[in-house]
Structures are given as C-alpha cells and as structure tokens.
Design a protein around this ligand. Structure first.
Ligand code: CUA
Length: 355
C-alpha cells in the first residue's frame, strides 16, 4: 500500500480519487521546482561567488546571445505550460463538482449553532447524522439558521459553506459503505469544534429500510399540510382567477416576473418568494403576498419547497398515489376559502407592520 495514502482520509466518494490525483500532481511539481531552484541556488552561490580583486563577469558573458534567448523562452513558456495544466485540471474538476448529474437524490441540510439537521424527501429527519445509499449521487441543499457554517466530509473531499439567508448546494456520490466524519469547517462560535457528525453510507436496500422506519409521511406530505395550514392555498388555488400564480409544474421552470425579467424557479427562488415575496412578483399578479418570516423557520420552508417540487413530479416515487388524492381534496376545500382570503391578507398585513 502506498505509504502516502495513510496520511489521507479514506476515499469514500467517486470524486476523492480525482481530487487526490490533482493534489499529488501539485505537490510533486512544487517539490520538483523547489528542489531544482534550491540546488541551482547553492551551485550558483559557489560557482559565481565574489573573488578577491576580481569582478565576476556579468550576465551571459561568454554565452552566445541565441542560447540566452532560448533559455529565457524556456523559462517563460515552461512554467506557463505547467500553470495551464494546473488551470485546466483544476477548472474541469471544479466544473464537475458544481454540476450535479441529472438524477441526484436531494437531501436538505440545515446548520445551526451547533448541530447539523438533515431532512430526507422520504420524510425522515436526523441530527448530526446523515444516512445515504452507496452508489447514488446525492445533492445537498443547505442553509443556516444563524451564522456561516461549512459542511465538510473529508472522505468525500467535499466542503461547501452553509450560509444564512440562502441555499448553497453540493453533490457527491458515496462509493463505499461505511461511516465517515462530518465536520463544520467554519469557525461559528464557542462550540464550533463540537459541531460534528457521522455520514453513514449503507447498501441501497438497508437505506430503503432505514428510510421507511419512523417516518411521519414524506417531506412533501408534511409540506402539503403546512401549505394548507399556513393559508398558502387560499391564493395559490390553481384556478384562473386566483390571486396568486399556480404552483403546479413551477419547480425548475423559468418564471416571468414584473419588469420583464425572468427568474429560474429553483430552491433559492422559492425560498425568497416565501420569505420576501415582493422582491420578485410574477408578471400579471399584484404584490399582495405577505412575508412569512415570522411563521416559518428554515425547516418549514424546506417542507413547503418539497411540496411545491412534488407538484411537478406526479410520478414521484416519494409521493406515489398521494398526489391525486391531494389535488381532489384541494378542490373541495377551496369552497370555504373565499371568506378566509381577506382574513389571511389582513393577518399578513398586520404581520408586516409588527416588526
Ligand atoms: Cu458551525 Cu463551525
């Protein structure tokens, strides 16, 4: 076994090998260059040392001008080429790190002083643990309830800052069953060093079994309940005369907003539209939606987003069979909502004033 390997954390993801290869390359080139410079330094110090009464001939004395030009060209283009290799290699790794493959498994992560909370689409939630199936690309959508944290799994060679007020994402594909350290890699207060956890990578069938234990319905179902309780559906009714735009099929689509701009309806857009609805108002609608900052914490926002996502994925395995029933039930319930619309809007208006 490579003795250098024992200095590194285990390679637990498909990317780990690629990151290590680049790191080895950088280290080897650095050591070689530093070595050559060090040896030349000693050699020149001796060879061209000042002698008594005699001036050492200056630059290039005795060498043909052409030879000097060739040496200079080598000195300029050699390192340039090496730096281009660094650039190309690093940039292509960076691009593949920031472009998740199409079929990723989404998991939501919320950091707070001083713990990691994870919510799976299937409904299970966990703290300071993250269970994942082996061989499946995972995309984490992460936010913080307070200060900046950083989600770091050395064995996967991934690290991404977790920021309050927005979602950051990262993806990776666990390649080996096992348990791996999870760290917070951004100083976030006195117990920063205690903000640690375990990533448990399991066989897919074990993961499915784990996922179905102790779950109170999928994240989208929890979100749907919240959607109804919070009064969202009084305006987002899917009908033509609704006060708010329909959310069906919204996720992942371009939205036309007032002023002629468009916005991509991703997690960040949905979050912003729930918490700061007047920032990007959908074209053709009035800016009447109140903010929900006071009613919803980050976990609830994630649940609502999971529900809104599911409105597109009718065949989503997480919600198999649930979506049709939900839609039917929604139509009946709409009958009694007209009266409550005004109440909801007033309540919202009060809320805006209160802080
Ligand atoms: Cu969270 Cu350090």
């Amino acid at each position: 076994m490579n003795p250098l390997r024992s200095l590194f954390p285990e390679q637990g993801s498909t990317m780990a090998g690629e990151v290590d290869a680049l790191f080895y390359f950088l280290s080897i080139v650095s050591v070689l260059v530093a070595g050559v410079i060090g040896v030349l330094l000693c050699f020149f110090a001796v060879r061209y040392r000042a002698r008594s009464n005699e001036r050492t001939p200056m630059r290039g004395a005795g060498a043909a001008p052409d030879a000097i030009k060739r040496i200079e060209a080598l000195w300029i283009f050699g390192p340039f080429l090496i730096f281009l290799i660094f650039f190309y290699w690093g940039a292509s790794l960076f691009v593949s790190f920031s472009t998740p493959p199409p079929d990723t498994m989404p998991v939501f992560i919320i950091g707070k002083q001083w713990m990691w909370k994870a919510q799976h689409l299937g409904g299970r939630r966990e703290i300071n643990e993250l269970h994942l199936p082996v061989g499946r690309a995972v995309k984490l959508t992460m936010t913080s309830e307070d200060v900046i944290h950083s989600f770091f799994v050395p064995a996967f060679r991934v690290k991404t800052d977790v920021l309050p007020g927005r979602y950051t994402t990262m993806w990776f594909q666990p390649s080996k069953v096992g348990q791996y350290h999870l760290f917070c890699a951004e100083y976030c207060g006195t117990k920063h060093s205690k903000m640690i956890g375990t990533v448990v990578v399991m066989e897919p069938k074990d993961f499915q079994a784990w996922l179905s234990e102790g779950s109170e319905g999928s994240l989208a179902e929890v979100g749907e309940k919240l959607f109804n309780e919070t009064g969202c559906k009084t305006c987002h009714t899917d009908k033509n005369d609704a006060r708010g735009p329909s959310l069906r099929g919204l996720y992942g689509r371009e939205v036309r907003i007032q002023g002629g701009d468009t916005a991509m309806a991703d997690e960040n857009y949905l979050r912003e539209s729930i918490l700061d609805p007047r920032k990007k108002v959908v074209a053709g609608y009035q800016p009447i939606m109140p903010t929900y900052v006071a009613q919803l914490n980050e976990e609830k926002v994630v649940q609502l987003i999971a529900y809104i996502r599911s409105l597109e994925l009718e065949q989503d395995p997480w919600r198999a069979g649930a979506s049709d029933a939900g839609a039917e039930g929604g139509t009946n319930a709409d009958q009694d909502t007209d009266a409550s619309v005004d109440v909801a809007i007033e309540a919202g208006a009060d809320q805006e004033k209160s802080p």
